[in-house]
Write a protein that binds this ligand. Structure first.
Ligand code: COA
Length: 333
């Protein structure tokens, strides 16, 4: 019998510290009006001194386990592009802090598509019987790699973490993941990058600005790629589940920009209110974005058991991906 990965628990965590648009405008040449109208973002959460991506991942992971009513998982994946250190991966430390020392644990780096990539890999691992339950965490702290003087990226990104526990189950049951579509185009990697800090260009010895260790993004080009790739990927995933686009009850996309969500809805010919959005409250939280939107979708009543839901992401790499499920009866913690 085919085994599916079934969504059994959902947990999220945001750092306490909130930075509003007005606070940004006090330090940078921007305004609440510009940020709200161009992105839909009103505020973002940002870690404080001493906090790290791993700290957020542990809190979200703990809550996903609690939501699933367990303290066990057979594997831990952390999707992140802002690991605690370049080496080793963040996931083994997160697993140990969750009381899961001994299980396989590793990071997945696909920037804003990281959570969808990790879900896809977890579904394959569960489907093959390699592991039973998998804890998939998306966590990022882009505040640690942004140029403090860059008004565009500072306006867009926020920190956060979200996690799901996947268990083995039947492909026909609510919560079973299916229709996976993943893709990449490395020829356009320069559109979203941190140039230095890896083996191609070291970042040591000089300031981040001099060495190119800050995050850079070509906003316009990213915008149009994001719309095209996410619309196509969501349609592909739906098609693999034998759903017509109009059958999709809710689309939960990576929250990059409210205008990107509206443009994807337009391109797919779907009403905008089928697209779950919490970007106003959290900004673009990279790998944490989709699980944070899922939790807010449930809390606000937009996501209800039985609905046909497609998740879709797009990010640096370039990378993109989507997959679908019938929404299960779960309570986020
Ligand atoms: N406040 C005020 N003005 C700003 C600003 C800010 N925070 N950021 C940029 N601007 C200015 C620019 O300098 C530019 O000024 P100019 O016309 O005098 O040169 C003007 O606004 C337009 O800039 P542009 O970059 O063309 O704006 P935009 O409408 O494309 O919005 C983004 C910028 C970043 C919000 C938008 O391109 C976007 O969301 N892109 C996708 C980002 C994304 O999804 N990234 C993650 C991928 S997963």
């Amino acid at each position: 019998m085919n085994r599916a990965a079934v969504l059994a628990g959902l947990g999220t965590w945001l750092p306490e510290n909130v930075v509003t648009n007005d606070e940004l405008a006090r330090r940078l040449d921007t305004s609440d009006e510009w940020i709200r109208t161009r992105t839909g973002i009103r505020q973002r959460h940002v870690i404080g001194p001493g906090q790290s991506t791993g700290d957020l991942a542990v809190e979200a992971g703990r809550r996903a386990l609690k939501s699933a009513g367990t303290d066990q998982a057979d594997m831990v994946m952390v999707a992140t592009s802002t690991p605690d250190r370049p080496c080793p991966a963040t996931a083994p430390d997160v697993a140990s802090r969750l009381g899961l020392t001994g299980v396989p644990a590793f990071d997945i780096a696909a920037v804003c598509t990281g959570f969808v990539y990790a879900l896809g890999m977890a579904a394959a691992v569960i489907g093959s019987g390699t592991a039973g339950s998998v804890l998939v965490i998306g966590a990022d702290t882009f505040s640690t790699i942004l140029d403090p003087e860059d008004r565009t990226t500072r306006a867009v990104f926020g920190d956060g973490a979200g996690a799901v526990l996947l268990r083995p189950g039947d492909p026909g049951e609510p919560g079973a993941l299916g229709g996976l579509d993943l893709g990449s185009d490395g020829s356009r990697s320069e559109l979203i990058e941190v140039p230095a800090g890896g083996s191609r260009q070291k970042a040591s010895g000089r300031s981040a600005e001099e060495t190119g260790a800050y995050f850079t993004m070509q906003g316009r080009a990213v915008f149009s790629e994001a719309v095209r790739r996410m619309a196509t990927s969501v349609e592909t995933a739906a098609d693999r589940l034998d759903w017509a686009p109009g059958d999709i009850d809710r689309v939960v996309l990576h929250q990059a920009n409210a205008r990107i969500l509206a443009a994807v809805a337009d391109r797919m010919g779907l009403p905008a209110d089928r697209f779950v959005s919490n970007i106003g409250r959290v900004g673009n939280t990279v790998a944490a974005s989709i699980p944070l939107a899922l939790a807010d979708g449930v809390i606000e009543g937009a996501l209800r058991p039985g609905q046909r839901v497609v998740l879709g992401g797009f990010g640096g790499g370039l990378t993109w991906g989507a997959m679908g499920l019938r929404w299960p009866d779960i309570s986020p913690v």
